[in-house]
Design a binder for this molecule. Sequence first.
Ligand code: GUN
Ligand code: FE
Length: 425
Amino acid sequence: MAVTILKGNIVSAPECGKLDITEYGYLIAEDGIIIGVFSQLPERYAAVPVEDWGDCLILQSFADLHMHAPQYAMMGMGMDLPLLDWLNEYAFPTEARFTDADYARTVYRHLAHELVANGTTRVSLFSSLHREATLILMEELEKAGIVGYVGKVNMDRNGASNLQETTEESQRETLRWLEECQDFPHIKPILTPRFTPSCTNELMAFLGKLAQERHLPVQSHLSENHREIEWVRELHPECKQYWETYAEYGLWNDRTIMAHCVHSDARERKAMKDAGVTVAHCANSNNAICSGTAPVRVMLNEGLKVALGSDVAGGCSIHMFDAVADAIKASKDRRIMDNWRTDFLTVAEGWYLGTTAGANFFGAGAGFAKGDALHAMVLDDSALVPSTRPLTVQERFERCVYVRQPDAIRAVWSEGRKVYNAKNR
Ligand code: GUN
Ligand code: FE
């Protein structure tokens, strides 16, 4: 049996708002499965070599519950248009390039390495509508050691001349993709109707049936932008609200991720809570393309499942440290907008959303839970300007959320395997 013993300052978020901190503690896994966090090395491991990370922080790695892999190629550009114009002007032309398998390989290999090197080990990603490029994305993520879901995007209306499928093509390619991706051990398929304006009723019905028959998870977008919501109302006069356009086709349950939900009102939020839908809150993107400021604190108070997404490239950062900081910032913006009636997120709460809450979607428990596969990273913050006094671990943890520290991540474990070592960079 292979035993991993990591020694350092271990910080995890077992509950929303609570941190577990063990200074100079031991995080132990056997065959990649977490045994526990200990302040003293248990006697039975006395003869096992310890990976001693000195004064470093040992943290949970991140789960990014919403991003668009092909849009990684345009990250940090084109933030000057609102959603629907932004899609037509920037996102669709970028995604159309992924008919080219070699180009897809280059972008996706880079993306997979960048995710791991920045401590993201669980993902739920949108690919493009291209089956071949989607398989390449799955392969590159698998090779990099990442776990989670990838979806071939379905879009049979309102796309572009070079980025749209017929209904029949979309169905056929989806079935073929599901056949061809069966052998990936860690990267699994998720059904991905892009959003209601992109999918005919016939396609939605097909996907809903497929989700039920094959027990597949589903991801899409919901109530991100006012014009989008208005458009959905026009397309679906039979539905009172946007979410019902998914629910009526069986795409609305506890294995569903809905990105954004910026403008979801109390009724739509209740529908999410009742169905167990997970909200992927993407604060960076919501600000960058001027969608709005999601009421993340209210969602949590109401008991919704909320996790975080980078939403690259509506969002301009792949770093989940930024997603955590941006979620906290969005909650403070809401506080200001709401005349101080709502609380902001604490650092511990933001961290929980970026780690444990996202990991829950993949079936993991809380924090470094016994019995879970090891997902962790080592962060060396020693390159920062020395403080005038010794800092507590909690202070250093808070600082790592707010202050970007290039190359501070020294090592990353995903699904029990060491997948990144800084010296290999
Ligand atoms: N809604 C439909 N497609 C997209 C997309 O690519 N990005 C974002 N942010 N919203 C969408
Ligand atoms: Fe998105």
